[in-house]
Design a protein around this ligand. Structure first.
Ligand SMILES: Cc1cc2nc3c(=O)[nH]c(=O)nc-3n(C[C@H](O)[C@H](O)[C@H](O)COP(=O)(O)OP(=O)(O)OC[C@H]3O[C@@H](n4cnc5c(N)ncnc54)[C@H](O)[C@@H]3O)c2cc1C
Length: 110
């Protein structure tokens, strides 16, 4: 819940691996904030069997901005046209009720 030099150092290393030219950039400040995390670190998307016309799009576990364009399209098609993208099957609430349990995604920052 607080900013730290350790985080800035680790992220700087990661970013420089991808974009070496950012080595000349100066960090002026950083912010912190909490985000929602699901039990398997993957979003919960789609309808809820027990509640008709109730939809979930949450539990993004820190990936919500990145995947929002595709999630927005899929959720719009589901709600407005009742068309279910095959990807949605992997992210439904019901996966937590399966005996083998969901596959856990590894978070970059734990
Ligand atoms: C520090 C941090 C770093 C992140 N980094 C990344 C990243 O690098 N890449 C990435 O993809 N994602 C990242 N995320 C996650 C991303 O920000 C979220 O997954 C995404 O914003 C979730 O979108 P959302 O629309 O579901 O919820 P939100 O963006 O939280 O929007 C919910 C909205 O609903 C409003 N609201 C709440 N309650 C009510 C109410 N009762 N009535 C009316 N309005 C209400 C809130 O004010 C808010 O505007 C990060 C999040 C944090 C906190």
């Amino acid at each position: 819940m607080t900013s730290s030099i350790r985080f800035a150092q680790r992220m700087s290393r990661e970013i420089l691996n991808l974009f070496p030219r950012l080595g000349a950039a100066r960090i002026l400040r950083q912010w912190t904030g909490s985000y929602d995390v699901s039990p398997d670190n993957s979003p919960i998307l789609g309808g809820v069997d027990a509640l008709p016309e109730f939809y979930l799009a949450c539990g993004y576990s820190g990936h919500g901005l990145m995947i929002s364009p595709k999630v927005g399209e899929m959720m719009a098609d589901l709600i407005a046209k009742n068309e279910k993208d095959s990807l949605l099957g992997n992210f439904e609430l019901g996966r937590f009720e399966k005996t083998e349990g969901p596959r856990k995604e590894t978070l970059l920052i734990g």
